[in-house]
Write a protein that binds this ligand. Structure first.
Ligand SMILES: Cc1cc2nc3c(=O)[nH]c(=O)nc-3n(C[C@H](O)[C@H](O)[C@H](O)COP(=O)(O)O)c2cc1C
Length: 185
């Protein structure tokens, strides 16, 4: 069974997009699609970027733990908020921190906003950064508009059937890329 790491990128006090990360964990587990864990950047509480991990003389255990988990994952699902049309500094921090760990990694991107557009504008900037670093971004979207109404704080969707239907298509794209990569190695 593949292993998926869900990278929950919002570190904001009172954040709402973490609800989507909780939903995906439950969905993937209940459908028995993969083993899954959440890498919560609020819990990691990384300092702002100073240098890439491989050049650190004394990397913290949190940095090493995070790098190992990205490396070990067959695929990564990034759940990010949209801030001023881009992705948050917390996410750039960990994109830049690693290098080899991102190379050819299947990465699916889920964008979140409080408004009606589901954070769709984030796609351009995060896709470009991940492409630059050599990740393999999955050609599927999962925009979540009005995230505060779409999920409750435990990740329970307001409309379970419709959300699960969209999630099935989205996660299947990620699983397809994971399987395709496996066949190449
Ligand atoms: C600094 C900042 C900038 C934001 N910019 C946008 C934006 O450009 N477009 C948008 O739809 N929502 C924007 N929002 C609202 C977020 O989409 C909203 O907070 C949502 O719940 C997802 O982020 P969260 O996980 O931090 O809650 C912004 C929020 C913050 C804190």
């Amino acid at each position: 069974m593949p292993h998926i790491a869900i990278l929950s990128a919002s570190v904001r006090k009172g954040r709402n997009s973490h609800r989507t990360a909780l939903y995906f964990k439950k969905f993937i587990e209940s459908e028995n699609l993969a083993s899954v864990e959440i890498l919560d950047l609020q819990e990691y509480d990384f300092p702002i970027f100073e240098e890439r991990l491989r050049f650190f003389e004394n990397p913290t255990t949190e940095m090493l733990d995070f790098a190992a988990k990205i490396k070990a994952a067959d695929g990564v699902l990034i759940v990010t908020p949209e801030y001023n049309g881009g992705y948050p500094a917390s996410l750039k921090n960990v994109v830049d921190l690693l290098y080899d760990e991102w190379r050819k990694k299947p990465v699916a991107i889920c964008t979140n906003s409080a408004g009606p557009f589901g954070g769709a504008q984030v796609m351009a900037s995060i896709q470009f950064s991940l492409w630059k670093i050599g990740a393999w971004t999955v050609p599927a979207m999962f925009p979540v508009p009005k995230v505060q109404e779409t999920f409750d704080e435990n990740g329970q969707p307001a409309d379970q059937a419709a959300t699960d239907k969209r999630a099935t298509v989205f996660i299947n794209e990620l699983l397809w890329c994971i399987e395709a990569k496996k066949r190449m190695t």
